[in-house]
Ligand binder design. Sequence first.
Ligand code: NI
Length: 174
Amino acid sequence: MLKILTAPHPLLRQKAQPVEHITDDIRLILDKMIDLMYQTDGIGLAANQVGILKRMVVIDIGADCPYKDLYPLKMINPSLEAISDNTIIYEEGCLSVPGEREKVKRSEMVSVSYTTPEGELKKIEVSGLLAVCIQHEIDHLNGVLFVDRLSKLKQELTWKHYEKQHKKTKGAPL
Ligand code: NI
């Protein structure tokens, strides 16, 4: 059973390693990540978040977009090939930082290459929410959380608020 790790779990701060061989185990993990993403109403999940330090992410933003036929996206070794100078501001949240949402500035368009579970190399160009989501998930693989993308002041406020919320629920009955 996979479980989502939440901050400040140290595995969320580690760099995931490339997948060298796509085995049945890898495909099984990706399928379990997708199940967990749907169960938790997330639109993306990186392997670090379930304690697996492999470069894998799953995404399904649900909305209509040119790549809907690829959904749910299962990306092995995703890599940003190009990012636009144009930026987009989107209010992000994260299953590993529950309860927090903040506006983050990212590139509006990205070109990303990745390998499918079937071993096919793909390269897609995406914009908007899907581009935001891909950047958020690749950040996870590098041990970066969306909070790190905020101003120093916002980071402090967000973590303070998070800790307060966290403490409140710590002693609560199960
Ligand atoms: Ni996240």
